[in-house]
Design a binder for this molecule. Sequence first.
Ligand code: PLP
Length: 407
Amino acid sequence: MPHSPMPTRESLREVRYDIRGELSRRARELEGQGRQLIRLNIGNPGAFGFRAPAHLQQAVSAHVGESDPYTHQQGLPLAREAIAAFHRSRGTPNACAERVFVGNGVSELIDISLRALLNPGEEVLLPSPDYPLWSAATILNQGRPVYYRCAPENGFLPDPDEIEKLVTPRTRALVVINPNNPTGANYPPELLGRLVEIAARHGLLLMADEIYDGILYDDAVFTPLAPLAGDVPCLSFGGLSKVWRACGWRVGWAVLSGDPLKVGDYHHAMDLLSALRLCANVPAQFAVPAALTGPETIRELTAPGGRLHASRQAVVDSCAASEHLSVVAPAGALYAFPQVVGAAAEGFDDQAFALELLETEDVLVVPGTGFNVPGSRHFRVTLLPEADVVREVFARIDRALDRHAAR
Ligand code: PLP
């Protein structure tokens, strides 16, 4: 009998997740050979020494003994009450526990929410660059990503007129990632208002990935989308992974808002899909009320003098000092998305450059094309390491780009 490989799902060929892709595999190999790498590819606070705040840890350990049963598919009532109250205090219309879905991270809810929405061939408007799970989940749920550009010349903010031109009779949703991964852009209220108008005019579901809503620098102010959306159907995502540095606990949430007559069927679909996976990790859900009513410890890190603030400044200063790089200063989130410019940009291949950086300088970044930007001259770094490490990384990147410029 001939041995041919077992076929896998065809649509996987169109799916990429470079944040943990081929370069990560090579990085593990090099580490296996004893090389000391600086990994800037994943926004994983725990890997950089951050810990969830003590009051969250206590809330979980105090309730482990009550955590054995499955809970309601949409989440523990006390967690959902706390999320609903948090959203009411922000002005999300009709926020109540029944409209909250708790998942094993926002990741699971992105998949569930697109699966509940899409029929084959239906389109989802996504930012380019995007957080690539959004593209992957759209494709795997038989939808088609349609990208709206967020250009560095415009501070990585989208142009609403351009977005509206992309709408077709098959468009179902408009995804907004704010504050943005990978660019760090923070969307102003006027822009968000224009996006709501587009969704209202064309009957689209707004999907607001706001997992970085508490991570802002300098005078940036976060504007939640749902209060502006009013009656327009909107699903707002948040979670414990970033603002509360508890990625490994796998707790995220989605809050459905908008006209009850419009969102009723979608609510049932989300509830059914949530039931099929039984429930999210129960012990960690006990941390949600503590997180949403306790001190905002993230501010100690993002305010001047804080560790994230210092690292962000180190990225901005390093790029300013380099003849090969330009960067839009991140207003929020945990990343910067520098661009290679000048002589080093000629014939630049971001994938080849990232591999070279790993092989020759022991630095792991994610190439810009991994965020669905064709022909990208960008790469993404996380702001999580100490500022000194960031400076060292950029010295190495500059050295590699000097070599490129000289070729
Ligand atoms: N959305 C964005 C924009 C992200 O950057 C991430 C993780 O990096 C997620 C969602 C998924 O977060 P989690 O599944 O840990 O809640």
